[in-house]
Ligand binder design. Structure first.
Ligand SMILES: O=P(O)(O)O[C@H]1[C@H](O)[C@@H](OP(=O)(O)O)[C@H](OP(=O)(O)O)[C@@H](OP(=O)(O)O)[C@H]1O
Ligand SMILES: Nc1ncnc2c1ncn2[C@@H]1O[C@H](COP(=O)(O)OP(=O)(O)O)[C@@H](O)[C@H]1O
Length: 584
């Protein structure tokens, strides 16, 4: 028997890790160890079972940090986001809500009564806000896609409907809406405003009419601002003000966390602003950079296989199997549930699959990767393990780290296990073989990554995890729930699904503080067509030779768990309303 040691254990080993963002400048270097993996946590899951009876009360667990310690935690009053809180700490309550819900400013109503000049300025502000923080549009089937950079090829009727702030879902925007036209204008404008164009303009000493005013307004410096109050500039802008003499600007996400201190007054900001020698360049660079900004992070999977492209798409190391699947999926009813596939691209020695960045347009996203199916190994791997077994010492070590008693005597002696044995063991020690899926990892809004969910086994524990990641926000839970129901429908109608064995594929749950929430199918590297004209059911247990993957068993479990989470969150909301009333 061969022994391989792929050095798989030299990975990340901490339970909570900083997120691994990738620079847009291609500084991310492809690791030689393409198959270097994230190591499995040693921590016991510590998840307590949720007993959902009449009125379940969930206890905090060892594995989930107490809510009060979570950055962006909801706290007692349900205000969810740190940045929001800090940015809006000076604002009256209604203004804070306005930021949180992304609704039209109260002042905008007053603006209607004002002169045309003020209206134009207000429009600018709104458009800029949209541009800075991204917007999202709705697919024909009612499912949201972030409109950061992409234009979804859709047909059919699209609608525009703005729901009230507390409604179940957020702003919907059709591609043919006026905002789309705005978007085009902005793109033109953006081109004009690219750093290069701007520097050229500066060189010629041109100052476009109205730009000073506009920029001052954006920076919150105009005393005749229609809001008649200090509008905190965007954190990056505030950084620009502080570092106006610096020749280079770093647009790291860390900087975007900075906020203007309460003590700063308009005067000092104006001074700082004047000191800024080439403010326009910085400003336009900031715009340009923010449009390309992505919160991209790789939560699971093989290390070193991803890059971000210049256009902001995700580049995944080429696999023929996956490329074929994505290509096929673009013409399938599942296309609204998978990242847009943009073909292949070669960079250096490697070929990559170029696809939509599903995190584009999200700010401080919360991500959950659920590996679907009742097994994560292909039937071929089983056959290979029997006929031409290769022992993997890295997998033996991963096994030992989690449970030293897991390997057999023989495996201890050999110091290795077959891949299939390892994958089977992972499936049976997680919820994969029982619930038909497992949570591979979760990243919270503060960038902390939790992997101990992989040991979750019961539906109640999954429910608790869902309540944790959504911070019990009903609208997010409901959005996930409806998205999964729609996915279930799409799967039933999908020719691709009927004719493919889907192994090791994940559902990627993503949401952010503005309650944009969606679920996507990713990772088709082990999804293969079934032979001949046979079709799979996906909702029956696997028996060797059947090639059934149990994908729908997992989906049903997830939907059930989300329903439970919705019930729990609703009850708790009712409870707290009742308590508030009785106090009043
Ligand atoms: O998650 P842990 O417990 O580390 O185990 C991993 C996952 O099962 C990977 O599956 P996925 O890619 O679906 O996450 C699998 O890659 P495959 O896709 O190649 O099966 C790895 O096999 P190796 O790549 O052979 O190490 C295996 O080591
Ligand atoms: N299109 C995408 N947009 C955003 N994030 C992605 C996308 N594809 C993958 N990811 C991230 O990368 C991780 C690993 O992806 P996956 O395709 O499962 O890789 P692997 O094949 O190495 O297992 C996911 O958990 C997710 O965090």
């Amino acid at each position: 028997m061969d022994m391989t040691d792929d050095n798989h254990m030299e990975g990340m080993e901490t339970e909570t890790e900083s997120k691994q963002t990738m620079d847009n400048d291609f500084s991310a270097i492809l690791s030689d160890e393409m198959h270097q993996h994230m190591a499995i946590s040693e921590k016991p899951s510590g998840c307590r079972e949720v007993r959902v009876r009449s009125r379940p009360r969930l206890k905090s667990t060892k594995s989930f940090p107490p809510y009060s310690q979570c950055i962006g935690g909801l706290g007692e009053d349900g205000e969810g986001n740190n940045e929001l809180n800090s940015e809006s700490s000076n604002m009256p309550r209604e203004n804070r809500n306005e930021v949180a819900h992304g609704t039209e400013r109260k002042e905008d109503f007053e603006l209607k009564a004002r002169c045309a000049r003020d209206e134009v300025k207000a429009k600018w502000r709104l458009r800029r806000k949209d541009r800075l923080w991204g917007s999202h549009e709705v697919d024909t089937d009612g499912w949201e896609r972030w409109s950061g950079k992409r234009r979804v090829e859709e047909s059919g009727r699209e609608r525009e409907c703005v729901l009230p702030p507390n409604s179940e879902w957020k702003h919907w925007r059709g591609r043919n809406s006026s905002s789309e036209i705005d978007g085009k204008e902005e793109e033109d404008e953006e081109r004009k405003r690219s750093p290069v164009a701007e520097v050229e303009k500066e060189g010629r000493g041109e100052t476009p009419e109205g730009e000073d005013e506009e920029a001052e307004e954006l920076l919150g410096l105009r005393e005749d601002s229609t809001t008649h109050e200090w509008v905190s500039p965007h954190p990056i802008l505030s950084k620009l003000l502080q570092s106006s003499s610096s020749s280079s600007v770093n647009f790291s996400s860390a900087e975007s966390d900075e906020v203007v201190s309460e003590g700063e007054d308009v005067g000092s900001k104006r001074m700082a602003f004047r000191k800024c020698r080439s403010w326009k360049t910085y400003l336009t660079m900031m715009h340009w950079s923010l449009r390309r900004q992505s919160s991209w992070v790789q939560l699971a999977g093989h290390q070193g296989t991803f890059q971000l492209s210049e256009g902001g798409e995700v580049l995944k190391l080429y696999s023929e199997v996956e490329a074929k699947c994505l290509d096929c999926l673009m013409r399938d009813s599942l296309r609204h549930f998978v990242p847009q596939y943009h073909g292949l691209v070669t960079k250096g020695e490697h070929c990559y699959i170029r696809m939509e960045d599903l995190l584009s347009g999200l700010r401080k996203p919360v991500i959950m990767d659920c590996k679907m199916g009742v097994r994560t190994y292909q039937e071929e791997e089983l056959i290979k393990a029997r006929t031409n077994a290769t022992l993997r010492s890295d997998m033996y070590q991963k096994m030992m780290k989690i449970d030293p008693s897991a390997p057999s005597e023989e495996e201890h002696e050999q110091g290795g296990v077959t891949k299939c044995r390892y994958l089977q063991w992972r499936d049976t020690t997680s919820s994969t073989s029982t619930l038909g899926f497992r949570i591979e990892g979760i990243m919270m809004e503060d960038g902390s990554v939790h992997r101990d969910f992989r040991k979750i086994q019961t539906l109640a524990e999954v429910t608790e995890a869902l309540l944790f990641i959504t911070r019990r926000q009903l609208e997010i839970l409901k959005a996930y729930h409806s998205r999964l129901l729609a996915l279930s429908d799409a799967l039933k109608n999908s020719l691709f699904f009927r004719t493919h064995e889907v192994i090791g594929s994940s559902l990627l749950f993503v949401h952010d503080h503005s309650s944009k929430a969606s679920v996507w199918m990713i990772d088709f590297a082990k999804t293969t067509p079934v032979p001949d004209a046979s079709q799979l059911r996906h909702n029956v247990p696997w028996a060797e030779g059947s090639r059934e993957d149990g994908y729908l068993i997992g989906l049903t479990s997830l939907i059930t768990s989300l329903s439970q989470a919705i019930s729990v969150a609703s009850w708790q909301q009712e409870d707290s309303c009742g308590e508030e009333k009785s106090v009043a």
